[in-house]
Structures are given as structure tokens and as C-alpha cells.
Ligand binder design. Structure first.
Ligand SMILES: [Zn+2]
Length: 434
């Protein structure tokens, strides 16, 4: 059973955009569902036995607060701890290498080929050789080797290609000698130009349902079998969130590089991934997925990259996404359910979920933002009051439609900031109909 791990298009978290699409890793069919909630089959089964009553969870709300933030006497408000992502059987790549593969001309021949060849080649080398990859994934045993010589193919890129055909393409190029021979540490990253539509076996479509993916494949080269790791990054027109095509490509490439380096055999031996059904996995449970929509400029470079989950940072009160923000002087502003368990209610009912707020330094109250990510229905989340402060509380209101049926669910994210330069981390909450 193929299990792709897809990097989604950036979740804008601002207004609406055609590019706001979410897909669960390995979701069975048509992995897309937009924020109005459609499929969401794989989301939020939740391990909890659920209280059955509507979410009055004044209860335990496991806390973590080590007082950080040096101003005397200040302590972050009590909040549930960040999750930690478990290792699997496959070891991380300890000397990661990357070969960037591009095409000189696009399928239609109208876009002047692929205008980002120079940039993605330089970006690939930068991620490995300037310490970026190890700064993000070193704690998982990832090491960085050198970037391999990029490969530019003279042939036109295909107008459409399936993942199975990507694997055949890689195998053919390995046998023709156009690609370097496999190595346990080597990732093949194919950048397709506009005009190439990439599809996965589960029906997911590039630039509609995902902005990139990584996977592993068995290939035969010169009569010998190899397991190779690869990633695919399409060129998405108008990616949304105020991003350029190139920025979206950089976000997707950095996302997939980290995930392939920490989960090099997603099909055979998944590693550093939260299980299906975990509410944090609603948009994929790998390290970069958990920091989805959290991207950052690399200072001193033109690059934008995706941040990734850090189990080490997750022990603290601040952002769990690495690397640390460029402006550490800015406090982290958090909001989370007081009790992160799945909540339940009857159809037609509005469920009230207690929220807690915390910050890593004194700060005026900040807005609570909430959004439906995936599900059978849209519970139209709203917070009252609309702001929260350190140690403060608020209520998240979730409406279960009268026509919802028993067992149906939705995943809502609560978060506090949006846009480039802000340092927010969403917290997922599953609401289910009794
Ligand atoms: Zn991912």
C-alpha cells in the first residue's frame, strides 16, 4: 500500500485562496478537502474514549511550564505540552546528498522552459552545505553531505506524469547514465515546470492537493536492485498567501528534503511520523507537516524555507518549529485547548471548549484565530472573547450542524498569528458528533 507523504500548498491562514487545499497523507481517495470540509476520512479518530459530554474539560490539562523568559517573576501560563514525534525503524540519512533534476524546456514550450534552474540548484546546495539542513534536522541524526552536480535534461518535461511514471523515469535515467547511481544517502529531487501535472495513485493532483511529495521506490539499474528516495516539486502558478511561484517551490523543496532525510522509507519503514488518526496528522504527520504554514526567510540570502518540528524545542514553552525565529526578542504567543482530548456533542448543538493562553515574555492580549482544516462539516469555529493573554482563558465555540450524523468529525486549528515574520503554531482539535 503506497503511502505518500505530501507537502501541502502553504495554508494561507489569511482570507481565501484557491490554493488553500489540504490533504491527508495517504488519504484514500481524492485527498483534497478544503476548509469548508468535505472528505476528511482519515482525520481525527482520536485515541481518547471521549467523555461523551460536551467538552467541559476543566480537568487535568497536563501542563508544562518551565519558566523561561528572563524577566523576573514572569512565568508562561499553564498549557498542554507539545507532542513529540516518534522515531521508526529506518535511520535518518547521516550524510544527506541531493541531486537537483530540472528540464530545459516545458511541455508546452511556452514558458521559456523552467525559469528557476539556477535558483533551485543553488538553493539545494545551500540547504546542505550552509548548515541549514543540520540546523533543522540534526537532532534526528541527519547529517549533510555535499550537493551532487545538478542534472539538466534537454528533453521537454511531460505534460502529465503519475508517480508510477516518475519512478519509471528515474529508473530509465539511472540506466541511461544521466542520473548518478543510487547511494543510501542520495535523494533525487525532480522539479517540474508549469505545464506538467503530477498525480498520485490516490488521485491527489499537484498544485491542487499538494505542493510536493517524497517517497521511496525499488528500481533496477544494470541488473541490480536498489531502494531510492526521491521527491517531486511542481511549479504552482499563483500559490497564494502572497507567495511567489519560486517561494512556494523553495518551501516545498525544503519541506520534502527534511522529511525524506528523516523518513527515508515512508512506504516500507515509516519514521518520524505521527500515526494516522492523531489530530496533529490531519495535514500529514511528518516533521515539516507539523509546522505547515510556518515559513521563514533565511537571513543574508534570498531564500524562503519551511520550518520543521523539533522534539527538542517541543520540550519548552516557545515555538516547536526549527530553526528558531529570526527575531528571538519577540515572545512566542500561544493558544491551545485546556484539554487536548477530542470533544463530542450532539448534532445541532454548539460545543464550548476551554482554551488557555501563554506567552514566553510579558505581552498584551493577542487575537485568537481558529479555522476548520478538514472534516465532514464545518463547525464554524469562533472564540469568545476574541483575545487571550498569558495565563488567560477563553472559549472556542464549535457548531455541530443539525444534519450531521453520528461519528462525523472535523479538525479545527487554533492559532494566534499569521503571515511571514510571525511565529505561530496551530493546535489541532477534533470535534465529533455523538
Ligand atoms: Zn510533508
Amino acid at each position: 500500500m503506497a503511502r505518500w507523504t505530501m507537502g501541502l500548498l502553504v495554508l494561507t491562514l489569511v482570507g481565501c485562496s484557491a490554493a488553500e487545499v489540504h490533504a491527508g497523507r495517504g488519504a484514500s481517495s481524492g485527498a483534497s478537502s478544503n476548509s469548508t470540509g468535505t472528505t476528511g476520512s482519515s482525520t481525527g479518530s482520536g485515541s481518547s474514549s471521549g467523555t461523551g459530554s460536551s467538552a467541559s474539560s476543566s480537568s487535568s490539562g497536563s501542563s508544562s511550564s518551565s519558566s523561561s523568559g528572563g524577566s523576573g517573576g514572569f512565568a508562561p501560563g499553564v498549557h498542554p505540552p507539545w507532542p513529540r514525534v516518534p522515531a521508526g525503524a529506518a535511520a535518518s540519512l547521516d550524510a544527506t546528498e541531493l541531486v537537483v533534476i530540472t528540464f530545459d524546456s516545458d511541455a508546452a514550450g511556452t514558458d521559456g522552459g523552467y525559469p528557476y534552474q539556477d535558483t533551485v540548484e543553488a538553493f539545494g546546495a545551500w540547504m546542505l552545505e550552509d548548515g541549514w539542513l543540520t540546523s533543522v534536522a540534526g537532532e534526528y541524526g541527519v547529517g549533510a553531505g555535499a550537493a551532487r552536480t545538478p542534472v539538466r535534461l534537454a528533453e521537454a518535461a511531460p505534460a502529465a506524469i503519475s508517480d508510477a511514471e516518475v519512478q519509471q523515469f528515474l529508473e530509465a535515467k539511472l540506466n541511461s547514465g544521466e542520473l548518478p547511481l543510487p547511494d543510501a544517502n542520495l535523494i533525487y529531487m525532480v522539479f517540474y515546470p508549469q505545464g506538467t501535472v503530477v498525480t498520485l495513485e490516490n488521485g491527489a493532483v499537484g498544485c491542487t492537493d499538494f505542493a510536493g511529495y517524497h517517497f521511496d521506490a525499488q528500481v533496477t539499474v544494470g541488473g541490480q536492485g536498489y531502494l531510492i528516495g526521491y521527491a517531486v516539486v511542481p511549479d504552482c502558478d499563483a500559490p497564494g498567501a502572497g507567495l511567489t511561484e519560486l517561494q512556494q517551490i523553495e518551501i516545498a523543496a525544503s519541506h520534502e528534503l527534511v522529511e525524506e532525510a528523516t523518513d527515508p522509507e515512508p512506504d516500507l519503514e515509516p519514521s518520524y511520523i505521527l500515526p494516522d488518526g492523531d489530530p496533529w496528522s490531519a495535514t500529514g504527520g511528518e516533521l515539516a507537516d507539523l509546522c505547515q504554514s510556518n515559513y521563514q526567510r533565511a537571513s543574508g540570502t534570498p531564500y524562503l524555507f519551511q520550518r520543521s518540528w523539533s522534539n527538542t524545542l517541543a520540550l519548552g514553552d516557545g515555538s516547536p518549529c526549527a530553526p528558531a525565529p529570526a527575531t528571538p526578542s519577540k515572545p512566542f504567543l500561544g493558544v491551545a485547548p485546556a484539554d487536548p482530548e477530542e470533544v463530542h456533542g450532539n448534532a445541532g448543538e454548539t460545543v464550548h471548549v476551554p482554551l488557555v493562553g501563554w506567552s514566553t515574555a510579558p505581552h498584551a492580549p493577542w487575537p485568537i484565530l481558529a479555522r476548520t482544516i478538514v472534516g465532514n462539516f464545518d463547525p464554524q469555529p469562533s472564540a469568545s472573547p476574541a483575545t487571550i493573554g498569558n495565563g488567560g482563558t477563553a472559549t472556542l465555540n464549535l457548531h455541530l450542524p443539525a444534519n450531521a450524523t453520528s461519528g462525523e468529525s472535523a479538525v479545527v486549528w487554533v492559532f494566534t498569528q499569521q503571515g511571514l515574520g510571525n511565529d505561530s503554531q496551530w493546535w489541532p482539535l477534533v470535534v465529533r458528533v455523538n
